[in-house]
Write a protein that binds this ligand. Structure first.
Ligand SMILES: [Zn+2]
Length: 101
């Protein structure tokens, strides 16, 4: 696929409004376009993100541990009861929760 500048579009991962997604980026002018599939995937994540950011979560006490609940909307991404997760510290205020596939 060719760009208007004459450059070639190649698939790449890019962060758009805080969401990492697959896009087609021109190697010459950095113009970005979505294929239909990439657009659908981005909008699905965007919709879930918008729903997640509607309410502020609180950390609750579960036994001697701390717990948070995950919205059922995350089932659309494969998160579910009994699934294994990996947690990593990003910095003093951010953690990453990754679903094992
Ligand atoms: Zn271009």
């Amino acid at each position: 696929m060719k760009c208007g500048c004459g450059g070639k579009f190649e698939e790449k991962t890019q962060e758009i409004q805080g969401i990492k997604c697959s896009v087609m980026a021109c190697g010459s002018c950095q113009e970005i376009i979505f294929t239909l599939e990439q657009s659908k995937a981005y909008h699905k994540l965007r919709q879930i993100q918008d729903e997640l950011s509607k309410e502020t979560k609180k950390i609750s006490k579960i036994g001697n541990s701390m717990g948070i609940t995950l919205p059922t909307k995350l089932k659309e991404l494969g998160f579910d009861i009994g699934k294994s997760l990996d947690m990593r510290i990003l910095d003093s205020r951010h953690i990453i929760i990754e679903l094992f596939t």
